[in-house]
Design a protein around this ligand. Sequence first.
Ligand code: PLP
Length: 386
Amino acid sequence: MLKQLQAELAQRAKSGLMRQRRVLSGAQQPEIDLDGQALLAFASNDYLGLAHHPQLIQATQQALGQVGVGAGASHLINGHHALHEQAEKTLAAFVGYPNGLLFSTGYMANLGIVSALLGREDALFADKLNHACLNDAAILSRASFQRYAHQDLAALERLLANSHARRKLVAVDAVFSMDGDIADVPRLLALCEQYDAYLLLDDAHGFGVLGQQGRGILSHFSVSSERIIYMATLGKAAGVAGAFVAATPVIMEYLMQFARTYVYTTATPPALAAALIQSVAVMQQEPQRQQHLIDLIAYLKQHCVLQHWHLMPSDTAIQPLWVGDAEMAVRLSLKLMQAGIYVPAIRPPTVPQNSARLRISLSAAHTQAQVQQLIAALHQAESELA
Ligand SMILES: *Cc1c(COP(=O)(O)O)cnc(C)c1O
């Protein structure tokens, strides 16, 4: 086995696809210390700058003093703390539901939802650009896994029309994580109604960013339906960790009973639930954060016009700069790094072949001057590389 693993690692290194970790010191914010180098970063998913917000820190510290660190048990034994209960209610109310269910990560939430709701006789219909964990969830569930080309709803309709599955679930990223474009939820919902399917919306990159006060994709489109299973992750715009699910009461009860990644795992530290309650409070108290982010997105789109590389169509905090060639994307990222700016290159297999890009992610914590600095550095890099 070791020989085989070594050969695979060598192959990966030869293709220039070896990944490396860089060590972050200090807080997650635009100006970071990465491997000892001071960098201006456009890389995190901390879209509202809440990861180091004083109100979240203070609530966490206070809760730690009162309830300690570890939850000590799973939710269904005696790890379900009053703070978890309050966070679930607060998060759910914010997106328009009476109750929510907290999972320890978004990855676990998707695995739990799909494998609880679907089995061998069922089918999952999935956009080809969905996040990896939705694909893993499909495999774990043993349901028939039917993928359609990105945002091709005519293709989805053909699959739905031809399906004889007992239960049908359509799953999409509400905002696609490597492209930044938004799923057409109203049309997806109409198809689900027509073909008696349900709709799992993974709002990892929409929650906190889209909709009124950051209420996410449902608010963005003003939709609600018994057919929707809403999932949002809490380690991105919410600035903390974990995920929550909201859906019609029968589905909520079913997930609490049968989602194995909910049942068979230790509850997250209750102090993090205290932080989450403050995330929702800050989103409502400081709407200027969301507005500033929207302004920065518009500013970047207007001013970042290069000759060889272009921003992909996106109105969200994820603003990928299309490069195409993987090696060039890496060279561009390194060139920016030398100029003190960190934007990660995203290459296959994370994205399709020949679609390598720089994944610029904006945050309300950035200033307009910092975005200007990025644009200037990109122009400079282009004149040297392309
Ligand atoms: C980040 C992400 C997840 C996973 O969430 P974690 O809480 O980081 O495990 C799931 N879906 C999408 C679309 C994501 O971008």
